[in-house]
Write a new protein. Sequence first.
Length: 157
Amino acid sequence: MAGCRCSGRTTRFHNAHGRLRIDELGAARDAFARHAWQDASAGFRAVDQACAQLDGDDLERLAVCAYLVGKDEASSDAWARGHSEWLRVRNARRAARCTFWLALDLMIKGQRAHAHGWLVRTEHLLEDVAGGCAEQGLLLALTARLRIKGTSVLAAD
């Protein structure tokens, strides 16, 4: 069953060598729930490399644990992929949450223009949400931080 969309509790797929791998996704999720960040990160990366189609929830988990074990680039990549996956399943609010975390990380690293681009892109996604939503507030907070003093996110203090 290679090429599966990894969303079930028990996931079966073949690795590159044709060997069946069972429930590695469940083990990674369990490690995440136990806050065993190294194990979770390694587990999600292994499943991702074998399957390359993690669902939005698991991409978010991968982003969090990658960040917590110091793999910033892998974290940013997972947030961006999570954003795309949530858009694919038509969940703009969850896509916006991925953008929030990605843009926050970019801002902290001093990549203001890149962060701004993500924020503008995502603001358009949420324009039609009736009555507003929490995600709009998150994006507004980051946009304000970008604009304060026009220099650095940290200079707003």
